[in-house]
Ligand binder design. Structure first.
Ligand code: BES
Ligand code: ZN
Ligand code: ZN
Length: 475
C-alpha cells in the first residue's frame, strides 16, 4: 500500500514530482539554476513527456501535462503518467516523493491515483520478500490537494487494492466460506454490517440456483449481505448491489474446453470483489446513502452429485430453470440474489458479474458491457462516471425478442441462449428475476488483466470500484 499524505510546506529534502504545463514554465525561475532552466526549456520544446534530473541531491521529475486534451483524457493521461513514473521511483529504490502541481489542470488526484494503483503488489505467496516495492509514501503538497480529498482518495485506492486482493486470491485459499470471513473483516474495518447465510439457511430459504451450482463442490456455499445505513441517508429505499461470487469456475459437468480458459477462473468472483470493494470505499467515506450488497458465493465444479445438463431447478423465486449448460452458472446464483433483492423494495439494483465470454469477445478489455431498464438519466450518469474514472461502459440491448432464445420445452426458462448475443441472453435471463429499476454489468473482459496496462497491473483490476464510488458520490 502506498501511503498518501498531505504536507504543508514545499519539502526540503524529498524527491520531487512537479506537474507542469509545457508552455508555462515560470514557476521554475525561482527554483532552478540558469543551466537547469535551459535544460528544462529545451526539453519542453522537444516535446518529451517528462524530465528527470538530480537536483540538490535528490530526484526531480517534471511531468508535462497537456491542456489540449479533453478533461477525461487529461485525467487518464495523468493516471498513466503516474503509473509509468512509479517504475522509475522503484528502480532507484526510492521510498518517498513529494508531489507539487504547477499546472493549471486539476489532475493531481488522478496522477497520485495512477501512481499508487500501479504500486500495488500481491506478494502473499512469494518466499522472496525482497520483491516488495521500495516506494512507501507520496507526500502531496496541501496547495495541490486538500486534506479531505487526500483522505478520500486514499480510502478509494485502498478499496481498489482490497478488491484486487480478493480476485488474486486463488480458491486454494478463497473458498466461499473464506470469502465470507474476508467480508466480515472488511466490514469491521470500514464500518458496514455483515450477515452471512450458511448452507443450512440457504436450504431453508430454498435458494435453488445457489444450491444447484454448489452440488458438485465439497465446500458449502454462502450468501452474504453487506449493509451500509448511515443516519443521514438521502434515500428512503435502499440501493442494492449484487456481485457474482463464483470463487472458481471449472464449468462443472459442462467442463470448460481448454486449460487456457480455466486457469484464470479464480477471477470469477470479480463481480463480488467489485461490490465488496465499493462498499468498503462507500463506508469509509461515509457516503450518505443506504446501500445493501448481496453476494452469493460458491465454486462450480464437477462431482458425484454435480448438477447436470437437462436438470430442472426450482429457483428461490419459484421459477423453474432447465439447465442446458452447467457453465452458465453465474446467472443461476445471481437469479436467487436478484429475487432476494425484491424484499428491500429497492430504488435501484446494480449487479456486477464476470458473466459471459461473449461480452469479452464483443468489446475486449477496454470497457464493460451493461444493460437494463433503469432511467436514461441513471444510465447517462453511470456512463459519465465511467468516462471520468476510465472504467468505460457500453450499453447492450435487452429487447424482448432476445428472450425467445431462452424458451424451454420443459420449464419456465432455460439457462442457455443460442450461439449469438450471449451477453444479452444472459441479461435477459437475469431480467426474468427482477421487478425493479436495474442495471446489469458484465465485466468478464475487464475484471482480470493478462497483460500489464499502466496502473491496471496484471491480475485482478478492481474494475468497477472507482466507477461505483464516483457514481454514488454524485448520486
Ligand atoms: N465465468 C464465465 C464467463 C467468463 C469468461 C468470465 C471469460 C471471465 C472470462 C461464465 O460462467 C461462463 O462460463 N459463461 C459461458 C456461458 C455460456 C455457457 C452460455 C460463456 O460465456 O461461454
Ligand atoms: Zn461458467
Ligand atoms: Zn462463471
Amino acid at each position: 500500500m502506498t501511503e498518501l499524505k498531505t504536507v504543508n510546506n514545499f519539502p526540503d529534502h524529498d524527491n520531487l514530482i512537479i506537474l507542469s504545463d509545457r508552455e508555462h514554465l515560470a514557476w521554475a525561475n525561482d527554483l532552478l539554476s540558469s543551466d537547469e532552466l535551459d535544460y528544462l526549456h529545451a526539453k519542453a520544446e522537444a516535446k518529451v513527456p517528462f524530465l528527470t534530473f538530480v537536483w540538490r541531491h535528490r530526484l526531480m521529475i517534471i511531468e508535462f501535462i497537456s491542456s489540449k486534451d479533453t478533461v477525461h483524457k487529461q485525467l487518464e493521461s495523468a493516471r498513466m503518467a503516474g503509473a509509468a513514473r512509479i517504475q522509475l521511483l522503484r528502480q532507484y529504490k526510492l521510498e518517498t516523493a513529494s508531489l507539487q502541481n504547477y499546472s493549471k489542470l486539476d489532475v493531481v488526484a488522478a496522477y497520485a491515483e495512477g501512481l499508487a494503483l500501479a504500486n500495488y503488489q500481491f506478494l502473499k505467496y512469494f518466499s522472496d520478500k525482497t520483491k516488495a516495492t521500495s516506494f512507501k509514501t507520496l507526500n502531496i503538497y496541501r496547495g495541490a490537494l486538500g486534506e479531505n480529498d487526500v483522505k478520500g482518495l486514499s480510502a478509494l485506492i485502498d478499496a481498489v487494492c482490497k478488491s484486487r486482493d480478493l480476485v488474486n486470491e486463488p480458491q486454494s485459499f478463497l473458498t466461499a466460506p473464506q470469502m465470507s470471513l474476508e467480508i466480515e473483516k472488511l466490514g469491521k474495518e470500514a464500518g458496514f454490517e455483515v450477515t452471512v447465510f450458511d448452507k443450512a439457511k440457504i436450504e431453508e430459504l430454498g435458494m435453488g440456483g445457489v444450491l444447484a451450482v454448489n452440488r458438485g463442490s465439497i465446500v458449502p456455499p454462502t450468501f452474504n449481505i453487506l449493509e451500509w445505513k448511515p443516519a443521514d441517508a438521502k434515500n428512503s429505499q435502499p440501493i442494492v448491489l449484487v456481485g457474482k461470487g463464483v470463487v472458481y469456475d471449472t464449468g462443472g459437468l459442462s467442463l470448460k474446453p481448454t486449460a487456457n480458459s480455466m486457469d484464470f477462473m479464480k477471477c470469477d468472483m470479480g463481480g463480488a470483489a467489485t461490490v465488496i470493494g465499493a462498499m468498503y470505499a462507500i463506508a469509509k467515506a461515509k457516503l450518505p446513502l443506504h446501500i445493501v450488497c448481496l453476494v452469493p458465493a460458491t465454486d462450480n465444479r464437477p462431482g458425484g452429485d454435480a448438477y447436470a445438463p437437462g436438470d430442472v431447478i426450482h429457483m428461490y423465486s419459484g421459477a423453474t430453470v432447465e439447465v442446458l449448460n452447467t457453465d452458465a452458472e453465474g446467472r443461476m446464483i445471481l437469479a436467487d440474489a436478484l429475487h432476494y433483492a425484491k424484499q428491500y423494495d429497492p430504488e435501484l439494483v446494480l449487479d456486477f458479474a464476470t458473466l459471459t465470454g461473449s461480452a469479452a469477445a464483443a468489446i475486449g478489455d477496454q470497457a464493460a458491457v451493461y444493460m437494463g431498464n433503469a432511467s436514461d438519466s441513471i444510465k447517462a450518469s453511470i456512463e459519465n462516471s465511467g468516462f471520468e474514472v476510465h472504467e468505460r461502459l457500453v450499453q447492450f440491448p435487452l429487447w424482448a425478442e432476445y428472450k425467445e432464445q431462452l424458451k424451454s420445452d420443459i420449464a419456465d426458462i432455460k439457462n442457455l441462449g443460442g450461439a449469438r448475443a450471449g451477453a444479452t441472453t444472459a441479461g435477459k435471463f437475469l431480467e426474468h428475476f427482477t421487478d425493479y429499476s436495474w442495471l446489469h454489468f458484465d465485466i468478464a473482459g475487464v475484471a482480470y488483466k493478462h497483460q500489464e496496462d499502466g496502473y491496471r497491473i496484471k491480475g485482478g483490476t478492481g474494475f468497477g470500484v472507482r466507477l461505483l464510488f464516483n457514481f454514488f458520490k454524485n448520486y
